[in-house]
Design a binder for this molecule. Structure first.
Ligand code: CP
Ligand code: NVA
Length: 320
């Protein structure tokens, strides 16, 4: 029988929080992936793994996948999640973020937060005495990148030495793919229009990490060049949550970066297509690509559940 990580046999991460990928060492990621694999294959073994544990979900932005997977993930392990709608007022407006963190620490066992400012999640983590998980900020989406590389590894059978090409806006998802990919030895190519590149300091961070794992990080303006021979082609919306005001302008700049069957033909013949979702069909990706057999977008969405359950279990099982 598959060995089970239980409350009696705790294995823990080197960190108390997941605020950004830079917090995780390679062993942490391996531990999350190994446990996610076991949870995925035998979810019933974990039905009571977080019995009695409570999780607060703070969301300043909309969500389908992240909210449902965290809520269902907690319930399916015997715990409970409380959803706090912070679309209005935003976190920190009614009372300080520090006081929110200190209050929640008295009632629940963990906090998951989706905020605009990355500093808001950092501040929660600084003042909470319980684990804090980043559920997307303007800067990073670490839960997404973990589920994405777990999915890629599942599809291809390995990660080290693979090449992932990200095409589109150099946004939060792109940043997380860069840093997590570099840690895992995955070469990441990024193609963006001029002025929409990922942040230079995050590219540098990824390059430094990549030097240690033998991976490479390259920026391109030509999507065909970026995608050439890639094992995975990834895209995301052209205007992220909070940038809707710029959708029209972006809609004029980004069409050459649309992932089409033609662009997919430049990748490795066995390449997968990836998208964090939600997708704006006909904009950053065509229906034909998103609905093709090459597309693993809905497997990524499914794996958010298994990977986050593993993460929650590793962070919360010790009652920290
Ligand atoms: N991919 C993702 O985070 O989806 P939601 O915005 O629906 O949570
Ligand atoms: N970059 C997108 C990701 C959504 C999951 C956004 O921030 O809106």
């Amino acid at each position: 029988m598959t060995p089970v990580i239980t409350l009696e046999k705790p294995e823990t991460l080197s960190v108390r929080n997941l605020v950004a990928e830079r917090d995780l060492v390679r062993r942490d990621i391996e531990l999350v992936f190994q446990l996610a694999e076991r949870i995925k294959s035998a979810p019933g073994d974990y039905a009571q793994a977080l019995r009695g544990k409570q999780l607060a979900l703070i969301f300043e932005k909309p969500s389908l996948r992240t909210r449902v997977t965290f809520e269902v993930g907690m319930t399916s392990m015997g715990g409970f999640a409380v959803y706090l709608d912070h679309t209005k007022p935003r976190l920190g407006e009614r009372e300080s973020i520090k006081d929110v963190a200190r209050n929640l620490s008295r009632w629940v066992d963990g906090i998951v937060a989706r905020t605009f400012a990355h500093s808001a999640v950092e501040e929660l983590a600084e003042h909470a005495s319980i684990p804090v998980v980043n559920a997307l900020t303007d800067l990073f989406h670490p839960c997404q990148a973990l589920a994405d590389y777990f999915t890629l590894g599942e599809k291809v059978g390995r990660l080290k030495g693979l090449k992932l090409a990200y095409v589109g806006d150099g946004n939060n998802v792109c940043h997380s793919l860069l840093v997590t990919g570099a840690k895992l030895g995955v070469t990441v190519h990024v193609a963006t229009p001029q002025g929409f590149e990922p942040k230079a300091e995050i590219v540098e961070e990824a390059k430094t990490l990549a030097r240690k794992t033998g991976a490479k990080v390259h920026l391109y303006s030509d999507p065909v060049e970026a995608v050439a021979g890639a094992n995975a082609v990834y895209t995301d919306v052209w205007a992220s949550m909070g940038q809707e005001y710029a959708s029209h302008l972006r809609g004029q700049v980004f069409p050459p970066y649309r992932v089409t069957e033609g662009l997919m033909a430049s990748a490795d013949p066995s390449a997968v297509f990836m998208h964090c979702l939600p997708a704006h069909r006909g904009q950053e990706v065509t229906d034909a690509v998103l609905d093709s057999p090459q597309s693993v977008a809905f497997d990524q969405a499914e794996n958010r559940l298994h990977v986050q359950k593993a993460l929650l279990l590793l962070l919360m099982q010790n009652g920290r």
